[in-house]
Each structure stands twice: as structure tokens, then as C-alpha cells.
Design a protein around this ligand. Structure first.
Ligand code: AMP
Length: 209
């Protein structure tokens, strides 16, 4: 029997997921921090962790490269969620997806076509379209805060936690798009073929009352 594969990204989500998995009796074998291996075995022969980029987790699960995944709602919204089930809010890596820019920016200036830099182009387009605002979206892969400072864009769409990075760069949050936390996602076919281990995992990671 193939092991159950759980896709997740290193960094914040990985660090906050490890204690949750430990409560479910799953611990990585070896030191995942120093390991360069992209498939990490666990103490349970039936469970492996796949290390992928945060923006690739939903794609791995969609196409069955992993049975389940742990992914930020931001990445899930950007992906679109096609072929995926989202049975559980893990309530970890909480932050907010926001429109940010220079202090005093008026988002509802009529006729103004804003330039928006973001690593979430689909979310940004949908958000501004829902407000009937004209925008030009510029895709970036990192350091979004630099874009308004360099005159590349008027606005950015990014995740915000404490707001310290924005503040350090003279920017402010202007509008909330979505409250973000990490979700357990499941491949639709895996839910049928691996029903028992997946149901167990959902049960063990879910809220305890
Ligand atoms: P990253 O690997 O930096 O793209 O982050 C992975 C995920 O962690 C993102 O998709 C978000 O859901 C979440 N995240 C990113 N930045 C923060 C933050 N400042 N606070 C809390 N969660 C965050």
C-alpha cells in the first residue's frame, strides 16, 4: 500500500504544523530543518511528508502528487481550489490578505487606474473587479513592499501579520480582502481510495472539545 502523502511548505506553515501532526501521532524522522530531502519519512510507515513551495501545495494535491496538503487560504484562493476538498481550518499561520499602499491613498478615486503589484494576481483582479475599480496587475514573486517605493506600482496586495514590514517601508494597510489561516486540503480521488487514513487524519487534526 502506498503511503499517505501530505504536501506542505517549509517555514511558518511547517513549523506550526509539526506540533499538530505530533498530536496526531505523526513525527518526522530525522531533522527536517537541516534535511535537503524533499520527501520526509515519518515514524508511521504509512505517512510521508512532501516538501513543496507554498504556491505549489494545492497543485500537488489537485493532480494527486500528494493525497492531502496543508496550505494557506491565500494560496488556495489564488489556485482556485479546482479538484480539491477543504475539510478543515487548522487555525494556524493566521494573517490577513490586504490591499496596501502609501498613507492617504483613496481607493475609490473615480476614473483612476491603479497599478497593483502582487504575487496573487487572480485574487487581486477578482477583488478590484468586485469593487468595479480599474486596475493593472503586475505579478511579482517577492518583496512586494518595494514596488510602491520604486514607483513600480501604486498599491500592493499581500499578506500582513504585524504590519511591521509595511511600516518599515512607509506603507499602510488600506483594505481587507480576506482573513487567512492554513487549511487541510484533500484530493477528491484520494478521499475515495484512502478514505480511512484520511478520515483518521481529519479527526486527529480537527478541533477537540
Ligand atoms: P510563504 O512560504 O512565505 O509564502 O508563506 C506560506 C504561507 O504562510 C502563506 O501562504 C500564508 O498563508 C502564511 N503566511 C505568510 N506570511 C505570513 C505572516 N506574516 N503571518 C502569518 N502567516 C503568514
Amino acid at each position: 500500500m502506498k503511503p499517505l502523502r501530505i504536501a506542505l511548505s517549509k517555514g511558518r506553515i511547517f513549523n506550526e504544523t509539526i506540533p499538530l501532526l505530533a498530536k496526531a501521532g505523526i513525527t518526522p524522522v530525522g531533522d527536517p530543518d537541516s534535511s535537503r530531502s524533499l520527501i520526509i519519512k515519518s515514524n508511521q510507515p504509512g505517512v510521508e511528508l512532501l516538501i513543496v513551495r507554498s504556491s505549489d501545495v494545492a497543485t500537488y494535491v489537485q493532480y494527486g502528487g500528494a493525497d492531502v496538503g496543508i496550505v494557506g487560504k491565500d494560496s488556495l484562493l489564488e489556485h482556485g481550489g479546482e479538484g480539491l476538498l477543504e475539510p478543515l481550518d487548522l487555525n494556524i499561520a493566521r494573517c490577513r490578505l490586504m490591499v496596501c499602499g502609501h498613507p492617504g491613498t483613496q481607493l475609490d478615486e473615480p476614473q483612476h487606474r491603479f497599478r497593483v503589484a502582487t504575487k496573487y494576481p487572480a485574487i487581486a483582479r477578482a477583488h478590484f473587479a468586485s469593487k468595479a475599480r480599474q486596475v493593472e496587475v503586475i505579478k511579482l514573486y517577492g518583496s512586494m513592499e518595494l514596488a510602491p517605493l520604486a514607483g513600480l506600482s501604486d498599491l500592493i496586495v499581500d499578506v500582513v501579520d504585524s504590519g511591521a514590514t509595511l511600516e518599515a517601508n512607509g506603507l499602510v494597510p488600506l483594505e481587507l480582502i480576506a482573513e487567512i489561516s492554513s487549511r487541510l486540503i484533500v484530493n477528491r480521488a484520494s478521499l475515495k481510495t484512502r478514505q480511512q487514513p484520511i478520515a483518521n487524519l481529519i479527526d486527529k487534526l480537527g478541533p477537540k472539545d
